[in-house]
Write a protein that binds this ligand. Sequence first.
Ligand code: NAX
Ligand code: ADP
Ligand code: K
Length: 499
Amino acid sequence: MRSAVSVEAVRRAERAAMSLLPEGTLMQRAAAGLAAVVVGELSAARGGVYGARVVLLVGAGANGGDALWAGARLRGRGARVDAVLVAGAVHEEGLAGFRAAGGRVHRVADVPDGGLEAGFGDLLGRADVVVDGILGIGGRPGLDDATAALLDLAAPDACVVAVDLPSGVDPDTGAVGSGAVRADVTVTFGVLKAALLLPPAGQHAGRVELVDIGLDPADLTATEVASLDVADLAAAWPWPHAGDDKYRRGVLGVVAGGRGYTGAAVLCTGAAVRSGAGMVRYVGPDEPTALVRARWPEVVPGDGRVQAWVLGPGLDPDAGDGQADRVRDALGTDLPCLVDAGALDLLPPRRDAPTLLTPHAGELARLLTRLGEPTERADVEARPLEHARAAARLTGATVLLKGATTVVVPPGGSPAGGGPVLTQRDGPAWLATAGSGDVLAGVAGTLLAAGLDPLLAGAVAAAVHGRAGALASAGGPLDAGRLLDAVPGAVAALRDWPT
Ligand SMILES: NC(=O)C1=CN([C@@H]2O[C@H](COP(=O)(O)OP(=O)(O)OC[C@H]3O[C@@H](n4cnc5c(N)ncnc54)[C@H](O)[C@@H]3O)[C@@H](O)[C@H]2O)[C@@H](O)CC1
Ligand SMILES: Nc1ncnc2c1ncn2[C@@H]1O[C@H](COP(=O)(O)OP(=O)(O)O)[C@@H](O)[C@H]1O
Ligand SMILES: [K+]
């Protein structure tokens, strides 16, 4: 499990460590770890550090201090290091240490308006590595225009190394302001910060390197956000046992598609079959039923006993084909329900049984608007965690928000009550293809029917969906049919995937 904490928790752990150590020790450890990663990048890219060009972008706080001390170390290895001070203030000890090591210092404030390119274009355009020491855990989202313009002067093939966090993101929520840094590598200190696992900030971080600076793990147990790794997935997956039968393994009922849309019924039931449900029942009008039976003869048509329901993929609640009533009936039971797409419009104000909502950004905006919080899709995309939490709070359900990084928020929306928020980013962008969400719903339904709670079912399904996507795509385009065909292989590989 990769675990991340809030700024408040990091600061508490840092204070505890600092009280036991000589002043400046943590920053020196951070700088040493940062310099080592930059050395690694330079060695890989150009065979060594000597003569390499490194430019530090230095903000007002300790994040800039880390960058300056790392710059001093890189000077000691023979790199040419320039620091560009982007703010009015600077970490004075770091600056003195950098100067003493022979680093050159420039100030954005010394350049006349409109003169950034003339002042720094050559410097940044020739840099092998640009170190983003602008903002760390003290940062608010967004960079001012001049700082953002500086970043644009870097050569496209320069390696951008972010210190602790890519600057311009919100450390706790993962929201991203305008001009935020896009790093190739982020070197983070002591513990992952929540933003690194959250969308969209996590997608700005590149590869994340965690440097041990000697924080006490006992001070870092308040996990805010976590991502399941392969060992967690293998432990959570409902592997069958010798004594199992199909009923004990879990019967899933699916209300998907309808008279108008038939594909979602075939894909969703297929994903449930392919992910190993004990049995799958499909409930719907004649035409999709016939298509499901033709493609998946093992699916049982019609109502009957089930352990969980998947409701809504490809379903139009206004179609007058009886599907809306079937959804309402299932929502009225005390069985676990996954509520997707069209069924989200039919969700009652409160449901006590386990409920997993699986909207994409547009569907979440529509749901929040219906619940009295007018929301646009763009709002959800800019601040996914905040909006998923709002839906979890308003509905009492677990909310899985789909996207390049999938976020699963426990009921109530607060990490205090239901445990950490889980995020998964396991698959390629080729997964953004029609029918992909229907496959996710089928896999998550299998897990609900097997008895997993909605939070774990959602996160495990998102991870397996992503891994199946990676297998099926192999770098090329993907369609939902091949995606679901890859699910058994993705599940099997959980047991022998190298960790
Ligand atoms: N506290 C510690 O013990 C350690 C801290 N370390 C580093 O210290 C960092 C935190 O340092 P600070 O608390 O000084 O905070 P930052 O260095 O993140 O920056 C804070 C400064 O930036 C300003 N600021 C915030 N958002 C802004 C924005 N959007 N635009 C312009 N200015 C903005 C603030 O007003 C403040 O002056 C960590 O991320 C890490 O890099 C490391 O050295 C390890 C040890
Ligand atoms: N850029 C992306 N990278 C990786 N996965 C993605 C990306 N965009 C979407 N996905 C995943 O693809 C699926 C799309 O689901 P959805 O939007 O419901 O599509 P549909 O309704 O066509 O089935 C979700 O599981 C989502 O997490
Ligand atoms: K930074």
